[in-house]
Design a protein around this ligand. Structure first.
Ligand code: ZN
Length: 168
């Protein structure tokens, strides 16, 4: 039995998930957050996609990821799938699949995918901490930020542009 949390009735933003389930440490501990949200995270060598998320008829949320991706990619995928859950995208019995392209570059037009990517960036790179790091820490760089937040340099760079901290 899952925790029977129906996020479609009470969706949560990334900010709300961080407020409720995050201990403030970096990189953001996704597995702890997933567990707190009642979500199981599993790895499978036999996936056709880099990740998928499902909700079964009993209310159990499950994320499955391809373990052969880089760690930053796996983290972004888990955060993306948590976004589908928290934003209430899943109906009972539904599975959503994530393909291998760098979807956070907004090449996708599916509004659910766009929203999940935005959620993932907000969850992994909390705005206040990114601003503090890049405005106050000496010798800050995209590479260093990517290490601190546990994301790819591409994701870090894109987040900085979205937060208005660098020009695209
Ligand atoms: Zn997705």
């Amino acid at each position: 039995m899952g925790l029977m949390i129906d996020y479609s009735l009470s969706p949560m933003t990334a900010r709300q998930v961080l407020q409720k389930h995050w201990d403030g440490s970096l990189p953001v501990n996704l597995l702890h957050i997933a567990k707190s949200m009642g979500v199981g995270v599993f790895k499978s060598e036999t996936l056709d996609t880099i990740g998928q998320v499902s909700l079964d008829g009993a209310g159990n949320y499950k994320i499955v990821i391809d373990p052969n991706q880089s760690k930053p990619r796996r983290r972004f995928t888990v955060a993306h799938e948590l976004g589908h859950i928290a934003l209430g995208h899943l109906r009972p019995g539904e599975t959503l699949f994530r393909d291998g392209v760098e979807q956070f570059f907004a090449t996708t037009k599916d509004p659910r995918e766009v929203a999940a990517n935005k959620f993932a960036a907000q969850l992994l790179m909390p705005a206040e901490l990114v601003k503090t790091a890049f405005e106050k820490m000496p010798d800050m760089s995209v590479q260093r930020g990517a290490e601190i937040f546990g994301v790819s340099e591409a994701a870090m760079g894109y987040r900085l542009i979205n937060l208005g901290l660098v020009r695209g």
